[in-house]
Design a binder for this molecule. Sequence first.
Ligand SMILES: Cc1cc2nc3c(=O)[nH]c(=O)nc-3n(C[C@H](O)[C@H](O)[C@H](O)COP(=O)(O)O)c2cc1C
Length: 207
Amino acid sequence: MGNQDLSDLPMKVKLPKPDDAGRSHIEELITKRRSIREYADRELSEPLISRFLWATQGTSSKEGLRTAPSAGALYPLEVHVVIGEGSGLEAGIYRYVTEEHSLIQEIPGDMRKKLSEAALSQGMIKNAPVSLLISAIYPRITSKYGKRGLRYAHMEAGHAAQNVYLLGVELGIGTCTIGAFEDEEVKKVLKMPANEDPLYIMPLGYI
Ligand SMILES: Cc1cc2nc3c(=O)[nH]c(=O)nc-3n(C[C@H](O)[C@H](O)[C@H](O)COP(=O)(O)O)c2cc1C
């Protein structure tokens, strides 16, 4: 190396192994998180569905702040839940109302097959007793942040989805983020208004 100035060289730091300082519960959950595409033939109870909706977009503070972060706390995301025959709630598609922690039925009947077909026939949507659908109403966030608001909404969907994955690991419920679907077909199945766009479908089922 001679007289070479070493300060310009990249420095490599060997990090301590992640489990050197022990393993916290959240680290266990992160380690075990996987996308699961096959589920047991077992219904999800209403309390369990309620817990997943809360983890996705429920409130976790008196001021109405939510379980997932949101740029400017503008909350562009909506959550719908698609419930099949034989689950803890009457089959149908419901919209989650965060402020009241309640559901409003939007479409009656078992819509899982139709939603699966709109998602390149991915069988896990048809087979899971319940699916969450995370969508965005972009104007809620682009009105403040302009085009950048689009990426914020997508980031927020990632946060919400990770909550679902991690709660699933804790409760023995498998899920998988599904982004491959025909937007217009999914919108038709859910009868979504023009200003709402689907982002993620997340089937839920016992492993
Ligand atoms: C944006 C996004 C879209 C995805 N879309 C699909 C999908 O349509 N179908 C599917 O089976 N998996 C989908 N996945 C799951 C990935 O295949 C999965 O995360 C990847 O194989 C890594 O496996 P892991 O989640 O078990 O770590 C998607 C994941 C992301 C982040």
